[in-house]
Design a protein. Structure first.
Length: 281
């Protein structure tokens, strides 16, 4: 059950929940307009030994070119390599496991294994911050509408046109009339993931995919997507054609309109939820 990020006063007007304040630490020396004077900036947090070890492990994963499924060294070897106690090492590995970056396999022949990067983990952490700050779904929609069209425009400018054509070929036709819900959701999510991958901008890709996961899990799950198959299929087909044809401005506009179609339908179907807090799940 969602909790509304607002409350009714005597006039019936919904007032937004403030949430925890966002600390603009880079500007704390000068302060910001409207800041409470007696709120002093928190001192810089001292990094724990386990966190420092986790950082070292991540650096080594990248430096050594490890890939998904590769094993990290045995515990005894890592204790010696990083010069820490078993307790600090195990806590460091737990930090990385919680972030979804490694999997710790139990039993004989087990140990830490590289898991890879899953934007769902970034989405979950982001949702926690959004929730605590008082951010609502309307703000999430605004962000999605602002950012993903940039990817569509960027891919339309991509120099490898053959790769773009091949990657988007499955989306150059509408959904079949008898499309199943599972196929529709999977294909729709894949369409957005393909565009993100083709952008070759890992920062934008991770940001957009994190937002997309929150939207998919907390917004689209409320719809019967089969009812929207015609609109979604048409939008994806038109966006894919514009990108393949290299029409960057059109691709950006169509992607923005596509997101507006989805978010407007949500607002119309669930008007009481738009100001609900983004949930942390």
């Amino acid at each position: 059950m969602r909790r509304t990020a607002g409350r009714n006063d005597d006039s019936g007007i919904v007032a937004a929940v403030t949430g925890l304040p966002i600390r603009y630490t880079l500007t704390q020396e000068h302060g910001l307009p409207g800041q409470v004077d007696d709120v002093t900036p928190a001192p810089q947090r001292v990094i724990k030994m386990s966190e420092a070890v986790a950082q070292d492990i991540v650096r080594d994963i990248v430096a050594r070119g490890l890939s998904v499924g590769d094993r990290l060294p045995p515990e005894a070897a890592m204790v010696s390599e990083y010069g820490v106690s078993r307790e600090s090492l195990r806590e460091a590995l737990r930090i990385l496991e919680v972030q979804g970056l490694i999997v710790i396999r139990r039993g004989p022949g087990g140990g830490p294994v590289v898991s890879g990067i899953d934007p769902r983990n970034l989405a979950r952490t982001s949702a926690l911050y959004f929730h605590l700050s008082g951010a609502n779904y309307d703000e999430l929609f605004e962000t999605w509408q602002s950012v993903e069209p940039i990817l569509a425009q960027k891919v339309a400018h991509a120099p490898d046109r053959r790769l773009v054509r091949e990657a988007l070929a499955p989306y150059l036709e509408a959904f079949a009339p008898d499309v199943t819900q599972q196929h529709l959701v999977s294909t729709a999510n894949a369409f957005h993931a393909v565009i993100a991958e083709l952008s070759h901008n890992r920062v934008l890709t991770l940001i957009v995919q994190a937002v997309s996961h929150i939207v998919n899990d907390q917004v689209l799950s409320d719809f019967d997507p089969v009812l929207a198959a015609g609109q979604i299929g048409h939008d994806h087909e038109e966006i894919a054609k514009a990108i393949v044809d290299g029409r960057a401005s059109k691709a950006r506009r169509l992607m923005e309109e596509h997101i507006v179609h989805i978010t407007d339908a949500y607002r119309a179907s669930f008007p009481d939820r738009v100001l609900s807090l983004v949930e942390w799940r």
